[in-house]
Design a protein around this ligand. Structure first.
Ligand code: MSP
Length: 645
């Protein structure tokens, strides 16, 4: 029977620009969700956006639009990033949706009716920046009042949730359920917080101060304060109070994944709210550490925020996902620097995994007619073959344990160990020599064992690198990586005869020092069979090579068909003040009249050539896949002749 696994991320402030911290929590949740699917669990993975509050209201006012219209625009920053990062959430909740606001209001009304919420006068300090009440002690610690312009004194009526009455119960619950708050030192932190008397929680703001929020159903002069609204997303999304939806199948959640910054709200406010509602608590609240920029916390104000989009554009989605998951020991802080990224990429992906794929596929293509060889019956019976199989199984076990104990990086380490063991196995057996000596049987069982290791690796790494592992599988003839962990434990399950293909390096080595002009060790393409096949770095060009190509923007003036050549168009374009004529094979993809005005990218220093008797002074860049072709264009305002760097 499959288990249900419900995992959540924090819902992110819709006003923020997503940075690597947001990307990390979401990718980690995605990786865990994908692994649990591999384990055969039924998974519900929820993320979303937190859309009420002063900051959204103020940002909208500045733009003279409604807060809802503002949120409707900015939410795309998150949804688009998640799409780009291949995040497989099952639901995306926005706190401005009816399905959420209705639930919040029903809960508020119920708690009010049962005396769990009451009205009282508040006279004290308020921090306008964080929108929170602060204690006398906190104000004192902040220094002289004149130096804290964000702190004001307020007297106002508000509504309070009787959080204090649940204090003893919560302490007992945390002590009885050691797995509830993880890692352990975070549990101690919460228990430390609970050693001081717990106050009641102010859950409202008068509309005179904040009106962009959910109105209290029992007092229309107030809206509910952010946390009482936001935390409820975890139950409103799976359908709490909507009898028709499968709330009971998902609640209690298996894991609320959070950053350490929101520990108290999740381990104190939320459990007491659930207790008052009569609902069971989530099984685990897991707080991960910070991504630091060098040694400093990443923050907008410090200006050291890493934009995930930049990293993805430069290095691709999968290596970025791989780095985040392999580099952070869950719970601890981790440093993000590009140098660290490149180092891990080159060692794990280019040198180890990429190299293994390259070796295995090259040799199968050279010596086994580009087909998965047939495994002998006694494969994996003893010796180094058995050792290799055991190493692969150790990777499967370690990955399963790593996922169940929230240590996915340890699982990844074990998978990379298996990859390295397979490379060592090749070095020991020297299949390139066996091929030359005509030792076909030994050669075939060696290569089969190498491909099997790749079959297992691809399934174990797919949750982290979905696109690259799909590609890797295709190269060894499979349509997709295995979808069940148990299938990985079946030896020699790769079907003989599947077509194996060579291809471009999956993880081309990144040059850590861009300026270097030293060419990477090139090998002859006609190497003799007893040499090791090409490594991943072969086929790379240096930065110097690349900079020889002069790429420029050009604005198309007009285009026309060329008689007798149904693939070609004659195009005239301005490159700065210079007019260029280009013959391009794009007639089957563009009508000539649609091209005028486009800013395209031209290889400007290509030797002129005559095509069908017409002079062509350059080449246009285009992207093509299968039957489709689109020109590379430059968006926005940029005069033509600009150099592409
Ligand atoms: N809206 C609240 C959460 C409500 S949940 C019911 C909120 N939003 S947030 O946009 O500020 O997101 C905070 C979360 O982003 C953190 O808990 C963490 O998951 C992630 N991170 C933000 N910065 C981070 C780092 N520098 N490093 C790692 N993750 C961090 O708080």
């Amino acid at each position: 029977m499959s288990d249900s696994f419900y995992i959540t991320t924090p819902i992110y402030y819709v006003n923020d620009r997503p940075h690597i911290g947001h990307a990390y929590t979401t990718i980690l949740a995605d990786v865990l969700a994908r692994y649990h699917r591999l384990l055969g669990d039924e998974v519900f993975f929820l993320t979303g956006t937190d859309e009420h509050g002063q900051k959204v209201q103020q940002a909208a006012e500045k733009r003279s639009i409604s807060p809802q219209a503002h949120a409707d625009e900015t939410v795309h920053r998150f949804t688009e990033l998640w799409e780009k990062l291949e995040v497989t959430h099952n639901d995306f909740i926005r706190t401005t949706e009816d399905r959420h606001t209705e639930v919040v209001q029903e809960i508020l009304q119920d708690l009010y009716d049962r005396g769990e919420i009451y009205r009282a006068e508040y006279d004290g300090w308020y921090d306008v920046t964080s929108e929170t009440f602060v204690t006398e002690k906190e104000v004192e610690e902040g220094g002289p009042l004149e130096q804290q312009p964000n702190i004001i004194r307020i007297q106002e009526s508000n509504y309070f949730f009787r959080m204090s009455k649940h204090q003893e119960w919560l302490i007992q619950y945390i002590e009885d359920h050691p797995e509830f708050i993880q890692p352990d030192f975070r549990r101690n932190e919460t228990l430390g917080f609970l050693r001081k008397p717990l106050t009641d929680l102010c859950i409202s703001r008068p509309k005179s101060r904040l009106n962009w929020g959910i109105e209290l159903p029992f007092d229309s002069e107030f809206v509910t304060y952010v946390w009482f609204d936001a935390l409820v997303n975890y139950i409103s999304a799976p359908g709490y109070l909507r009898r028709s939806e499968p709330f009971d199948a998902w609640w209690p959640a298996s894991i609320h994944l959070i950053g350490k910054d929101i520990l108290t709200t999740h381990t104190v406010y939320w459990p007491t709210m659930l207790k008052a509602m009569g609902l069971p608590l989530p099984e685990m609240i897991f707080a991960h550490g910070w991504w630091l920029s060098g040694a400093a916390k990443m923050s907008k104000s410090a200006g050291n925020v890493v934009n995930p989009m930049d990293m993805i554009d430069r290095y691709g989605v999968d290596p970025f996902r791989y780095f985040l998951i392999s580099e952070m020991t869950l719970g601890q802080d981790a440093a993000f620097t590009e140098a660290l990224f490149v180092k891990r990429f080159n060692s794990d992906l280019a040198n180890d995994l990429g190299n293994l794929l390259n070796r295995a596929t090259n040799m199968v293509c050279s010596y086994c007619d580009a087909k998965v060889p047939t495994p002998p019956d006694d494969l994996y019976q003893d010796g180094e073959e058995l050792e290799l199989w055991n190493q692969c199984m150790a990777a499967v076990d370690a990955m399963e344990t790593g996922v169940r104990t929230m240590k996915p990086n340890q699982g990844l380490q074990a998978v990379l160990e298996a990859v390295r063991a397979t490379n060592r196995f090749f070095e020991l057996r020297q299949p390139w020599t066996l091929g030359k000596q005509g030792e076909t049987q030994l050669l075939e069982r060696t290569l089969y064992a190498g491909l099997e290791a790749l079959r297992i690796t691809s399934a174990l790494l797919k949750p982290v690198m979905p696109g690259c592992m799909q590609e890797l599988c295709n190269r060894i003839g499979m349509t997709e990586p295995e979808t069940r962990l148990d299938d990985l434990r079946r030896p020699a399950a790769l079907t003989a005869g599947l077509p194996v293909t060579k291809g471009r390096p999956l993880f081309p080595r990144i040059d850590p020092v861009k300026e270097t002009s030293e060419p990477p060790g090139k090998k002859s393409m006609n190497e003799t069979p007893d040499k090791e096949p090409l490594k991943e770095e072969d086929g790379l060009i240096t930065f110097d090579d690349f900079s020889k190509v002069d790429l420029r923007t050009a604005r198309i003036l007009e285009a026309e068909k060329i008689e007798g050549a149904d693939r070609l168009l004659k195009i005239s374009a301005m490159m700065g003040s210079e007019k260029r004529q280009i013959v391009a094979g794009i007639a089957q993809h563009y009508d000539p009249e649609d091209l005028a005005g486009k800013t395209v990218v031209l290889v400007a220093n290509l030797k002129p050539a005559k095509i069908r008797g017409i002079e062509s002074e350059g080449m246009l860049l285009a992207a093509s896949k299968g039957e489709s072709l689109r020109l590379v264009t430059v968006e926005g305002d940029l005069s033509s002749g600009a150099k592409i760097r």
